[in-house]
Design a protein around this ligand. Structure first.
Ligand SMILES: [Fe+2]
Length: 416
């Protein structure tokens, strides 16, 4: 499967004879090329027809993802920092701005799938045009401006990595609507549960710091680092498995209103949920639509494609709770969690709120995270679709409670 092998650009010169500034330029150039190439390598599994489909309002076409991440560099890096930059096509900012109000008007999100033109070749041309301009900027930006340019470049690269994951979750949703069960990648592997002791482990309690620490990149929503009060709580070493989820189904979990939040039960009723997303009965057994096509459900694998409502109901069914994001982070930092990364994003019971003292940046880039801090829940860890260098112990992913087209699962917690 196409997990990338991207490592962040080194911040200092790698070898003595090369001046530090030149080494930094070289490192950023390599990182830029690697991240951009990963997007194309994920899209390369898809035909032109695959790349224009939008199967629901929350999902975007592959072609749109490829263009939008390119617009991000054009809008936030080239236009403000390269006086000689010539915009590729004056129509594109309207089409490929996602939600940045300060960056100007934009096309309606639910109608992205109606944009058959520009076609894929024109989007490829847009990418090449912006790639060349960014590479020139990396090489030629005056030293005094370089720190700010590389700071925005780094945000743009992490932004593109976020869209690399969305590209996969969105095409999986599209393929799941197709009765022929298309295969994105015949070599796609579902996550497997790691071996090792199971059960619950005690989380360090009392006042504990959470949030980003150190020099590496983070999004603004991971700051400020601050103290949280951790109660006496134990957290599951392992993610909840499909076998455990099958027990929940067999026990009537989806038909027992007392297990559900009111909004969750309404979603069960309205959507007819009887199992996780993409599960379907075939030949007398549960199967699941994956990026490798339709596969039998593997009982030992972590459950995927569940909403917050389902995670919460399962925890109630099990007589447990979901961990808070602070409990999750303290446990992860202590090395207590198996499969913290690389399998499933894990729902927490924490609402997506600003950390104490958080302030969004000035200008349009300040819209990146801060304006979404209401009505969503935090997921921690990372999934099988997350680019490798995009993982962090302080990373805060967030989705609305009914969402289940992401690679989302759960682990349990219990109060002592
Ligand atoms: Fe975006």
């Amino acid at each position: 499967m196409p997990r990338s092998a991207i490592s962040p650009a080194p911040r200092t010169a790698a070898s003595a004879p090369v001046p530090a500034a030149d080494a930094a330029r070289g490192a950023w150039l390599q990182t830029f090329r690697r991240v951009r190439a990963e997007t194309e390598s994920r899209a390369a599994h898809l035909s032109a027809e695959d790349q224009i489909v939008q199967s629901m309002a929350d999902a975007s076409p592959t072609k749109w993802h490829r263009a939008h991440v390119t617009w991000f560099f054009e809008q936030f890096l080239l236009l403000p920092h390269d006086p000689g930059y010539k915009i590729f096509d004056e129509r594109f900012p309207f089409l490929f701005n996602s939600y940045y109000v300060a960056a100007g008007p934009r096309h309606a999100r639910p109608q992205r799938g109606l944009i058959t033109r520009p076609n894929g070749e024109e989007v490829a041309g847009y990418r090449a045009h912006v790639d060349a301009a960014i590479e020139r900027l990396i090489a030629n930006v005056p030293a005094a401006d370089a720190p700010r340019v590389f700071e925005i470049l780094e945000i743009g690269l992490h932004h593109e990595q976020q869209h690399q994951e969305l590209l996969l979750t969105d095409i999986l949703h599209a393929f799941a609507q197709n009765p022929t069960d298309p295969v994105y990648d015949a070599n796609w592997q579902l996550p497997r549960a790691s071996k090792g002791p199971r059960g619950f482990v005690e989380v360090p309690s009392g006042i504990q710091p959470i949030g980003h620490a150190g020099e590496g990149f983070c999004f603004d929503n991971e700051t400020p680092r601050h103290d949280e009060l951790i109660p006496n709580v134990r957290v599951a070493r392992h993610l909840v498995s499909n076998a455990e989820w099958l027990e929940f189904i067999a026990a009537g979990g989806y038909a027992t209103p007392s297990l559900w939040l009111s909004d969750g039960w309404a979603a069960v009723q309205a959507e007819g949920w009887q199992a996780p997303g993409y599960w379907r009965q075939k030949d007398g057994g549960w199967h699941v639509m994956t990026l490798g096509g339709l596969k039998p459900v593997d009982p030992s694998a972590p459950v995927l494609h569940i909403s917050y409502y389902e995670a919460d109901a399962f925890a109630r069914f099990a007589g447990k709770h979901l961990p808070s994001e602070a409990e999750w982070e303290v446990a992860a930092r202590a090395g207590l969690l198996a499969d913290a990364f690389g399998s499933a994003w894990q729902w927490t019971r924490s609402a997506y709120l600003p950390y104490p003292g958080y302030r969004a940046a000035e200008g349009a880039l300040g819209e990146y995270n801060g304006k979404f801090m209401v009505s969503q829940m935090v997921l921690r860890g990372s999934s099988i679709a997350t680019p490798e260098s995009h993982e962090r112990v302080s990373y805060r992913n967030f989705f609305y409670p009914p969402a289940r087209w992401q690679f989302s699962g759960l682990r349990l917690a219990e109060f002592v």
